[in-house]
Design a protein around this ligand. Sequence first.
Ligand code: GAR
Length: 189
Amino acid sequence: MVRIAILASGSGTNAQRLIEHFQHNDKVRVVLVGCDRPEAGVLQRAWDLGVPIYSFNTAQLRGGAVQKELEAQRIGLVVLAGFMRLVPRELVRAFPDRIVNIHPSLLPKYGGKGMYGEHVHRAVIAAGEAKSGITIHLVNERYDEGRHLLQVECPVLPNDSPESLATRIHGLEHTHYPAVIDSFVRKAI
Ligand code: GAR
């Protein structure tokens, strides 16, 4: 069985979709949700779905404790779902081509440090972009720069707010993230 760990910092709607997608799969399963924010909504979602939770702080992430935990749990794939921290170099090296991220823009546009969640949608609207979208990619040692697995576009409408654009983007994410992870596991792992 391929054991997936999700790392998340926020509400956790993507984490929930991923957990549900693999819930009855004998070959692939989300076995752990790791979270760096004690107040994050993802913790309740994981709890409700019966997935074990691993809470950690930034020092533990940077100091190698998170890597040790993932290795001890025999994790085969790490899926970032709204995880707002840079993955330390050592962790990336311990899981080469085995960490996937989702970003709510058409990278390389609106990526990099500080570009996450609503900040991205605000910047896209402020720049007058006609389209935005999602990027699902492998994680390397720099923010948002690994190999792309999928990009999907959507329009930015003239009266969009950051919230309405976020809702459209979330819709794309919920459709495509579980499917991309599913096919990546089948092909690559
Ligand atoms: C998602 O839109 C995801 O793309 C974004 O955070 C949101 C988390 O939503 N990730 C980033 O911005 C990473 N740089 P969720 O907690 O409801 O899944």
